[in-house]
Design a protein around this ligand. Structure first.
Ligand code: VGL
Length: 213
């Protein structure tokens, strides 16, 4: 697939140790640490490189306090919380850091932090809330830089990658999802997520080898 490097963004969604086997007590996604080479490879086809990070507090109502609670609904009236997760990507811990092999944060063109408010657990990188009201600034950045294509990879395909891609599609941004640069929490929800992203207009590529400038 021929793409134009100028006005193209490579977007690394939540490529953090907390989503990999490097941090087994957080939210380890099988092979989550193996996406690095593909993220770096896709970035070679883009003028800009962006990264989003889950930046969570140590305590929040969405944090499961026992394994049984994981993925059960958060009780109470919390419009920006849905289900419980193990604590992950807490600011100041290893889980919050980018997977080794990725560039340093300061060399990205934009670093987007989300999820610091204990009463919000967003998935997508474009909004701080679950109903797409409070912008993180990503969409504005894409408009300001006249971006025409975003190549997405990261963790996890069925949660943060999916939601980010749907938000981009909804904002009429052209999106390519590099499946080799993504891993999902669960096979079934990952297959469904791929369908949903395609239905929203995103195109899938198996790997960056399909790309040429
Ligand atoms: C994610 C589950 C919970 C993700 C974040 O980054 O995909 N998944 N929190």
């Amino acid at each position: 697939m021929k793409i134009k490097k100028s006005k193209t963004v490579s977007f690394d969604v939540d490529p953090q140790c907390g989503f990999t086997p490097i941090c087994p007590d957080e939210l380890p996604i099988t092979e989550g640490d193996l996406i690095v080479d593909e993220l770096n490879a896709q970035a070679a086809f883009a003028q800009y490189r962006l990264v989003s990070k889950d930046c969570h507090p140590e305590q929040a109502p969405w944090i499961a306090t026992s394994p049984e609670q994981i993925m059960t609904p958060v009780e109470g009236d919390h419009p920006n919380l849905d289900i419980k997760w193990p604590a992950h990507c807490v600011v100041g811990t290893k889980g919050n850091t980018l997977i080794p092999g990725l560039p340093s944060e300061s060399s990205y063109d934009l670093v987007v932090e989300k999820g610091i408010d204990p009463l919000k657990h967003p998935y997508g990188a474009c909004y701080h809330d679950l109903s797409d009201q409070e912008s993180t600034g990503v969409l504005e950045w894409l408009v300001a830089h006249q971006i025409e294509l975003v190549i997405v990879g990261g963790l996890a395909t069925d949660y943060c990658v999916k939601t980010t891609v749907l938000q981009l599609c909804n904002a009429n941004v052209q999106v390519l999802v590099n499946l080799a640069a993504c891993r999902g929490v669960d096979n079934e929800t990952t297959e469904k997520a791929i369908q949903e992203m395609q239905n929203a207009g995103a195109k899938m590529i198996k790997s960056s080898q399909e790309l040429e400038c």
